[in-house]
Ligand binder design. Sequence first.
Ligand SMILES: Cc1cc2nc3c(=O)[nH]c(=O)nc-3n(C[C@H](O)[C@H](O)[C@H](O)COP(=O)(O)OP(=O)(O)OC[C@H]3O[C@@H](n4cnc5c(N)ncnc54)[C@H](O)[C@@H]3O)c2cc1C
Length: 456
Amino acid sequence: MASNQKPLRILIAGAGIAGLATAISLVRISGIVNLDIQLYEQATELREIGASIALSPNGLRTLEKLGIDEALGDEIGFRGPSGIPQIYRHWKTNQVVSVDTFANVPDRRHQTARFHRGHIHTALFEHVPKEWIHLKKKISRAESNNDGVVLHFEDGSSAYGDILIGADGIRSQVRASFFPDYKLRFSGKVFMRSTFDASLVEGKVPDLPADAAHWWGTTDSFFSSRLGRGLYTVVGAYDDGRSAEELEKSITWDQVGNVQFLREKYKDWHPVIKALTELTPYARLYPNYAGESLQTWVPVARVTLVGDAAHTHGGSFAAGGSLALDDSLALGLAFKHAFPYGGFSFPQENIQQALALYDQTRRPHTARLLSIVHSLMNRKVPTFATPEEEDEALRTRMKSRPDLLWLSEHDVEEAFNQVVGESEKRNLEAQRTKGAAQLCHGAENAVASPTFESKL
Ligand SMILES: Cc1cc2nc3c(=O)[nH]c(=O)nc-3n(C[C@H](O)[C@H](O)[C@H](O)COP(=O)(O)OP(=O)(O)OC[C@H]3O[C@@H](n4cnc5c(N)ncnc54)[C@H](O)[C@@H]3O)c2cc1C
């Protein structure tokens, strides 16, 4: 029967983590049988690029729900021997000042793991039919009207569909098409990242922590961790006082940096860090940008956003991968709810319902993160009379970090069910009010018209 019906044509802009996971979720979670999904990606090939990425319990549980079980094992992701998700160390003494803890993560496979981004991306890619992915398709703009959506590409071609999902990252062209005034702000930090074979440092750096470590200094930090598949990563940062416009002209994302600069920057830090930087073979640069929370994720009928395109938190708190996965699950659940019988026809009303439920589930959650990100970006760097005072303030800051359990152990399915419950309650109340109004109106008519009773 389904074959006689027109499929729901979904265009996904971008085949990163959010785009691929969304395609998988729409197929596996929505239960809609009649889908035509097409992904458009600017890259010429999907290679294992990027550096390290962490997934928290929320993202790992979502991966499992999406059926990407092979990404949950210890081969692809690294979990430290202590079972502690994050350990904060002092930059000069190497002393552990504070730790994050799990609240409720009994299954080891759901405990925070660190990956090469490419390995997670490949794991998702394996679950998406290759013929759905169109490479070398750089989106220039998007359009929508009541009948459908259009993606325009830089090569002059266009694609047409019923729904458009912008999964094209922090510099989304889909977002720019519907929010032309939206601006990203440079946080003032440029990250220097390197990912390399663990044998370059393991057994060579005395006292190298076996767990991931986040060393905090007074203005910057340094992170190191083993990753899955025998890799290792280091991440440093420096302040760059230039404006976003100036910076954009001189540093592109993922540009090769000067590893000597990384070594110089950390030469006075604890010997473990100094030794790590000396063995680090290269550094790539990642200027950090963030934007404000959007007022809606459904700017026009039939269009929405997922991943970094929707919430421009700029990688803060290593939450981007997990948030993108949760977005995709929420969208799949929303379509399942709006098309409970598998979707043989696709009225605009049901599409709108799905997108509204998705927006209500995800936007407030990520807005909460963005408000923390912006308050940290706006924080004035205090000055201190003595190095001791400065050190005391650093330790206090390390211990009074924002509690992010609501983020890392978020249950997106529960959040979605809550939104549905509230929406049903509102609908019921609206119906009751309407019914009561009709009754009153009817009663007035009954008094006014003697024929009312005979009409029943
Ligand atoms: C190459 C790459 C490497 C990364 N490395 C890291 C990392 O090491 N650590 C980390 O924490 N995060 C990294 N990130 C970001 C991280 O993947 C995201 O924060 C998170 O996974 C959310 O993913 P996303 O799919 O929303 O965005 P992204 O991962 O940015 O994916 C967006 C996709 O859209 C494509 N795209 C963008 N613009 C267009 C366009 N105009 N037309 C067509 N396609 C377009 C991009 O090529 C990309 O494939 C990386 C992102 C990319 C693209």
